[in-house]
Design a protein around this ligand. Structure first.
Ligand code: GUN
Length: 280
């Protein structure tokens, strides 16, 4: 029944990051690396850079051609690892298929891995130790907490098992004492499991996949999907119109999780600069 305003919640985070940076006495720096011509990736990276500038973060964009050799990308990352102006390094995904994504992500020094994709940070999250947490699940958690959702003891169902969203999301919910079920494309009785969720996170990448009939009355539904329909419309993984009638709260697409991802990137970059200065 309630629509969660991700844009407004993200704006509050961005303002608090900005004022903390003003007081910090060091300008945090983020380097973005974009490989190839994926139009959506170009838009995402541009939005991240703009948000940095507004918040007072130095931003440096590197664009490489679609057919770049892996060694060229790795040596760019090595230079940024050693550059004291840079506190965060973001390699926009997906990468062209000829590049080994895992090797590239693990080339980023873990202390500048503001996306939380390096295997050391993946491990730290699993072990519930301080490290960088991927921005999208971190943003979802922030939304749930801002909405004062009761996470402890709740049944949270995460639909999707990606390294970027599904798996880290499940870890965060587990550390916040939810009972977590991870579902995916091979899950049997997916509908029945979704209907048991107090908190339902849709991160499957299938347009309008979750309908009102899959949602328990009063559940909170978070839509991580961004899908472009053939007619050009941008929709999530959740069928907003039917789920809105059943859920107690729901995030829209656009204007839900998307803005939170960017806000968390700024927060992680600020955190990295603070760690570099020896602060908490
Ligand atoms: N592609 C889709 N989501 C993300 C993200 O959060 N970070 C990066 N680097 N690439 C992405």
């Amino acid at each position: 029944m309630r629509c969660i305003d991700g844009k407004q919640i993200a704006q509050q985070v961005r303002e608090s990051v900005q004022s903390e940076i003003n007081a910090l006495g060091l300008r945090p720096g983020l380097a973005t690396i974009l490989v190839g011509n994926n139009p959506a990736s170009h838009v995402y990276v541009r939005n991240k850079q703009k948000a940095c500038e507004v918040a007072g973060i130095y931003s440096e964009g590197h664009t490489l051609p679609q057919d770049v050799q892996e060694i060229t990308l790795l040596s760019l990352i090595a230079g940024l690892n050693d550059n004291p102006k840079i506190h965060g390094i973001l390699v926009q995904l997906p990468l062209p298929v000829h590049l080994n994504e895992r090797r590239v992500l693990d080339a980023v020094v873990p202390s500048k891995d503001v996306d939380g994709f390096h295997y050391l940070n993946v491990g730290k999250l699993t072990a519930n130790c301080p490290g960088f947490v991927p921005c999208t699940p971190l943003g979802v958690l922030h939304l749930l907490k801002t909405e004062k959702t009761e996470i402890t003891g709740a049944h949270a169902v995460v639909v999707g098992r990606s390294t970027i969203v599904g798996k880290p999301m499940a870890m965060l919910l587990l550390h916040n004492h939810a009972t977590v079920t991870i579902c995916h494309s091979k899950t049997r009785h997916l509908d029945d499991i979704c209907r048991q969720a107090d908190i339902l996170i849709a991160a499957i990448g299938k347009p309008l996949f979750i309908k009102g009939e899959h949602v328990k009355p009063g559940a909170i539904v978070i839509d991580v999907g961004i899908n472009r329909l053939p007619d050009g419309r941008l929709v999530g993984d959740v069928d907003f119109a039917t789920v809105y009638e059943v859920a107690s709260a729901i995030t829209p697409v656009p204007g839900g999780v998307g803005p939170m991802t960017i806000a968390m990137l700024l927060l992680n970059t600020l955190q990295s600069a603070k760690w570099a200065m020896g602060k908490q």
